[in-house]
Unconditional design. Sequence first.
Length: 260
Amino acid sequence: MSTVNTYAVDDKVVVVTGAGSGIGRAIARAFLANGATVVVTGRRREPLEETVAGADDGRAVVLPGDVARREDVDAMVAATLERFGRIDVVVSNAGVHDGGGDITELTDENWALLRGVNIDGFLHVAQATLPELVRSGGNLVAVSSVSGIAGDWGQAAYNASKHAMTGFVRSLALDYGGRGVRVNAVLPAFTLTEMTSGMASDEKALAPFVNRIALGRPGEPDDIAPAVVFLASDDARYVTGALLAVDGGTSASTGQPHTE
Ligand SMILES: NC(=O)c1ccc[n+]([C@@H]2O[C@H](COP(=O)([O-])OP(=O)(O)OC[C@H]3O[C@@H](n4cnc5c(N)ncnc54)[C@H](O)[C@@H]3O)[C@@H](O)[C@H]2O)c1
């Protein structure tokens, strides 16, 4: 684990969605390493248990739920409040990457899944937790993507879902700033997780991605997590509405090819 006791989060109750794998797991573990109390949520209990394995019982709680289902999110929030009486930080990380290809071939099922998790899921989580964040003076961090600030070839539906998230973040920062709540996003680019495992194992597919990353390698979940902990911490008290690229320099490019 790369980040230990760096940021001021040890007094915080943190909810992390999609915490059973990849970036969400790394985020949950980074908060635990920094002394926070962490509620991990996701669809299946087993991977969530693995995320918090070894953590002090009182500081890690597993509450399974599907963010696409409003009733699951409301139940998770109610159970968190019953247990801890407050929520200080919400990390909306759960996401799916589906429905690639020409938009005319996007099926209703693919779109329903993308919309349900990436857009409705964020909305459900924000609606259920913002009143609690107003009470605690807390903050929300969304794990969006560089695909939420620019386009990718063949990813129109995913791009649209991630742009929705960055749009929510900017507007909610305005709406809730006066009520003492900060709302920010991190924007990863190509990161080695289950979501990208198909491409990562195919050297030919991976090379053009790596060629566009200034730092010359794909991201790891542990590269993303410290930025989330920073944004959630009191050290970021004057940061809101920020879309923080944690992408090895991917979004620094104009898009023109790397010629060397
Ligand atoms: N991996 C990348 O290259 C990359 C790049 C930019 C942004 N992201 C974003 O990072 C976030 C995490 O993705 P990851 O790369 O760790 O992939 P991942 O597939 O390992 O993690 C996604 C997590 O979300 C959970 N999830 C999916 N649907 C859910 C639902 N309905 N309810 C609750 N949980 C659900 C999954 O079970 C999984 O644990 C996503 O929002 C993704 O869009 C990933």
